[in-house]
Design a protein around this ligand. Structure first.
Ligand code: ZN
Length: 159
């Protein structure tokens, strides 16, 4: 039996299986999202940087973004360009300029993660996960509770 301290300061006894899910609730960084003004131009920059071309592009109409994806070894970079002035990416760039927009974590069960994070005091921007790019269900955490970093949770949609 292992005892771990929870975020609220309480202690709980966990079975091995509980602990497995506790530790691996955020499985890995799935990708880093970068806001860019011009996707074509940025694709060239990142292809030169990483030594490989992007492997796919995708438009997510609901989010007002065109995206492209790169692989750097096991890691992924998502470039995001606004498709309209109301897009969150357009607003982000107007406020902060181009740059790192979010960090996305892969999760196994996005619904339980959302519940866990809400309980822990994080602000979930969309408590009902939505369809994002790259065949993922996604939810975002408000940066005000994560030291200024927009956090994305993403779960692969089963085929
Ligand atoms: Zn993303």
């Amino acid at each position: 039996m292992l005892i771990i301290k929870l975020a609220d300061g309480s202690r709980n006894n966990h079975t091995g299986l509980d602990l497995f899910f506790y530790i691996y609730s955020m499985n890995k960084i799935e990708h880093i999202g970068i806001a860019v003004k011009d996707l074509e131009a940025a694709n060239q920059v990142y292809a030169a940087l990483l030594g490989v071309a992007h492997y796919k592009t995708e438009t997510v109409e609901s989010e007002g973004v065109n995206t492209s994806f790169f692989k750097a070894g096991p890691n992924k970079i998502e470039l995001l360009e606004a498709t309209n002035p109301e897009s969150t990416i357009a607003k982000f760039i107007a406020k902060k300029g181009e740059g790192v927009h979010h960090i996305a974590f892969a999760v196994s069960d996005i619904h339980s993660e959302i519940a866990r994070l809400k309980t822990a005091g994080f602000v979930v921007l969309n408590p009902i996960p939505k369809k994002g790019a790259d065949n993922k269900l996604v939810a975002f955490l408000h940066p005000k509770a994560t030291n200024g970093v927009l956090i994305e949770l993403c779960q692969e949609i089963e085929a």
